[in-house]
Design a protein around this ligand. Structure first.
Ligand SMILES: [Zn+2]
Length: 115
């Protein structure tokens, strides 16, 4: 079995647009270089994401077992304060598909409020 360690990470910026970064499972800590409000730590068999939320400005913490990444196409983390999706990670195809969907929803909501 060939293990695909590529990971795509997408996070909502304050303008309800998503920032998409492609990386590798083994370089996941380096996401911080591209997304400064995100910190990634690996402890035992867990990955911890610490995010200074661009939506509500509070700190959120997410812990996932590393195995989850290997078995899943898509993980979605939400802003606990606003109860809204904040970031997505997983296989590129799945992440990009969801981002497109979310951005469409957002633009529709936006359009209807300015009419
Ligand atoms: Zn938040």
């Amino acid at each position: 079995m060939i293990l695909n360690t590529k990971i795509t990470f997408a996070i909502k910026s304050s303008e309800s647009k998503y920032l998409i970064v492609e990386t590798d499972m083994f370089k996941i800590k380096n996401l911080h270089d591209k997304i400064h409000f995100l910190n990634v730590k690996i402890k035992n068999k867990d990955i911890m994401f610490q995010i200074e939320c661009p939506l509500c400005e509070k700190n959120h913490k997410y812990i996932y077992p590393i195995n989850n990444f290997i078995n899943k196409d898509l993980l979605i983390g939400g802003c606990e304060t606003l109860n809204a999706p904040l970031f997505l990670l997983g296989k590129e195809k799945s992440v990009r598909k969801m981002v497109k969907l979310y951005e469409n929803i957002n633009s529709e909501i936006y359009d209807s409020t300015i009419k």
